[in-house]
Design a binder for this molecule. Sequence first.
Ligand code: TPP
Ligand code: MG
Length: 686
Amino acid sequence: MSDTDRQAPEDADASTAEDLELLAINTIRAVSMDAVEQANSGHPGTPMALAPLAYLLFTRHLVHDPGDTSWPDRDRFVLSAGHASMLQYSLLHLTGYDLSLDDLKEFRQLHSRTPGHPENFLTEGVEVTTGPLGQGFGNAVGLALAERLLAARFNRPGHEIVDHRTWVIASDGDLMEGVQAEAASLAGHLGLEKLIVFYDDNKVTLDGPAAMSFSEDVGTRYAAYGWRVLGVEDVNDLDTLDAGMKEAASPDSRPTLVRVRSVIGYGAPTKANSHKAHGSPLGADEVAGAKQALGWPFTDPFTVPEEVRRHMDQSERGAAASQDWQRRLVAYREACPDLAEEFERRMDGRLPEGWDEGLPSFDTGAQIATRRASGQVINAIAPRMPELISGSADLSSSNSSPITGAGAIERDAFSGRNVNYGVREHAMGAALNGMTAHGGLRPFGATFLVFTDYLRPAMRLSAIMSLPVVYVMTHDSIGLGEDGTTHQPVEHLAMSRATPNLHVLRPADAREVAGAWRHALARSEGPTLLALTRQNVPVLDGTDMDLVSRGAYVVAPEDSVNGEDDPDVVLLATGSEVHLAVEAVEILAEQDVTARAVSMPSWELFEDQDDDYLDDVLPEGVPVLSVEAASSFGWSRWADDHIAIDEFGVSAPAADLFEEFGFTPEAVAAAALELLEDSEERQERP
Ligand SMILES: Cc1ncc(C[n+]2csc(CCOP(=O)(O)OP(=O)(O)O)c2C)c(N)n1
Ligand SMILES: [Mg+2]
């Protein structure tokens, strides 16, 4: 290569507006290819294909401000096809976000701000973490729903303080995933008209042609969901694409799907239009060939022509938009000061004064299912915490989840507070993430604990994104009884506890339910799962709402509540098994064995306590028997032996099942004696 081949960035000389646009689009393509080559890993094909779409969207249609990424009324952009992350990173960089060329050069490297798939906590301008296909789509439905809910609450005539769109790029994989079908159906039902999804119809997936596994008429399917369906036959036809975007943004009572035909790996001489362009570096020769085919005049990798940088920089357009909104906020403050204050509080994520005052109290001895207690707590908090939004996947009466008197959220009636997600657990989870990521709302979602499986990918993303979503999971054990094997969770608590940053709380009684809810809503840095009973459980003498936040504490006998004398054995129970442990303490006392019942509503919260506290509750050297009607998996961390369920349940009345599986005070006492004997024997051995 001679020096004359190498042109300085400022010398590209795009003489017409069209030339400059093409140069900008090719910059996205070139930088994306270069970053993938440099990382020797990544997905070049779709950034190359969709560069024109992202270029038009980010420079003309998306209302965004690179200088203010948290401005409440910005449009939300979701790259549901998260594998095309270099597309998003290129756009963020080129339009002026805090993401440098050096950041792009660090693509996929340790501690970089350009991870393999977009992470909302690492990169300014990324609204939600994406990568697991379909999730971003579901998040977008939640983002768009949040916009409607907040608009219904805060907009006043002449003061449209909440008025923005949610734009999505989705791939074949996104459109195949089940969660997408659920979410699209819900969005169509609710008429979320400011949701716009570009479907990248490139007819290629990871393994080869999409036609190997995907042959339905997507447009017809979406029309049947109640969406407006538009089509653009060539992503490189900027005029048609631009018109499509305008039309997509025009008012309609439906969400919009814009099917856009593209060629994956556009420009690559041998790999274009093939799955070979999907998920690995193109290789030096192919990159060189692609750049030549695209007419890219530079040879140095990561070249960004100055004129492209100037042309694409959205700082001015963005600042104008966000400042215009700030001015409108000032007018809104004048016209509706209370509402404005409330809006700002909610968008800042500050809890209202006194939100947890007036929690119900429960009398010792009362029999109440923890799901029912949860319903009471929800309804005690709801009037003081207007951002609390309920929802259930068609089990609201079973879950005791509704905010009573607040009404359902319906198409054209977004002022209610109860989302009927229908039997769409996965979309519920994904929408909860989107609504929470939007800000201004604290949504919770309810279903049976066993259906954690149906929304687990979304719950995992709540934890990854540190979103304080509350999962209200009722019918939490064999205690649900007759519905039987399929409905009785066994492994779900273990799986949930193994999920980093997810707090799993299984309250022992109504009083602990109040403490559990208080913890879940006070938490701002991650999700909480509440595991609640279908069946009645007694309100216990020794339980304490305030001690739930410590994760575990002594509930019986009364005189050891302060942990002064070490017991002979600890019965460590959760949820509906705590009362069995308490009763077993009495049985053991009759046999001169001092047992201590500990309620452990949350492993995670207990782990956060200091060593002294841990030792107070679980004194060193004292054998521990865990009692939980679920898998023993993981319990060896805390206990020496376990009363657990390491098989599937069966259909029968709950009382019979507890008996059958060894969950009676007598069985607990017997197991404790056995453990005690074993550990004494072990100590006696030399
Ligand atoms: C839930 C999920 N399953 C599998 C994958 C792995 N994966 C990443 S992209 C992809 C499919 C690629 O096809 P498409 O979605 O059409 O994207 P394109 O190659 O056209 O960009 C797969 C299977 C994933 N990211 N998420
Ligand atoms: Mg594809």
